[in-house]
Design a protein around this ligand. Structure first.
Ligand code: ADP
Ligand code: MG
Length: 218
């Protein structure tokens, strides 16, 4: 479903020049559950942002669902992000002034993605947050907040979920719940690429790769 060839990324800020990714090659098949591990600063988030069309590589090619991301126009890239990618972050990225229902509807509000209200009700039921629908994020526990973020990622029926340390702020029970939801999505044919430090995710993955100072090590 995706292939990246020779991706490098340099960040130039004034005098300093950081190589975040150095000649990465990676192929991911549909319905894989790929874990990315590596020390802080090794380039994991940079790789996810590039895969999500949120950051342009300095060089190399990246093809997702037969689309060459570097050749898309801004508009096409926006549509790719909105319709094909679900993103889940460690810190949830919920909007504090919107309630759970409105946060899950956000892709519709922001990008016009077609979201059925019935699907929102189904998904909050599946994720066990049905009785939190009209609460604000500040009224939710960490585990509930991450379920809302997951619901918002899943609601567009993405072909790829990119998850950046999604269990980093969760206790063991909530970590296992989140892993089970991601696994269920993958078993229905979705593809998951997840950055993690913990070991709890290991048994859910179909493959694990490791980044070290911007390079893939096997
Ligand atoms: P990880 O997610 O593995 O902790 P990152 O991908 O966030 O690593 O960062 C990789 C390297 O790139 C780090 O050295 C980081 O400081 C640098 N970096 C990341 N984003 C930027 C940016 N926007 N500007 C400058 N340097 C950055
Ligand atoms: Mg990171």
């Amino acid at each position: 479903m995706l292939e990246i060839q020779n991706i490098s990324k340099q960040f130039n800020s004034g005098k300093s020049n950081v190589t975040a990714l150095n000649s990465i090659n990676l192929k991911v098949e549909t319905s894989e559950f790929l874990l990315i591990k590596g020390e802080s600063g090794s380039g994991k988030s940079t790789l996810l942002f590039i895969l999500g069309g949120m950051l342009q590589p300095s060089s190399g090619t990246i093809v997702v669902n037969d689309k060459d991301l570097c050749k898309l126009s801004e508009k096409e890239r926006g549509s790719y992000r909105a319709n094909e990618i679900g993103f889940v972050f460690q810190s949830y990225h919920l909007l504090p002034y919107l309630n759970v229902f409105e946060n899950i509807m956000l892709p519709n509000t922001l990008t016009g993605a077609q979201i059925n209200e019935a699907d929102v009700f189904r998904i909050v039921e599946e994720l066990g947050i049905k009785d939190r629908l009209y609460h604000k994020p500040s009224q939710l526990s960490a585990g509930e907040k991450q379920r809302v973020a997951l619901a918002r990622a899943l609601i567009i029926n993405p072909s790829l979920i990119l998850a950046d340390e999604p269990t980093g702020n969760l206790d063991e029970k909530n970590t296992i719940d989140v892993m089970n939801y991601l696994k269920a999505y993958q078993e229905k044919g979705g593809t998951v690429i997840m950055v993690t430090h913990g070991h709890l995710a290991d048994t859910y993955a179909t493959r694990t790769i490791r980044l070290d100072k911007g390079q893939l090590i096997t």
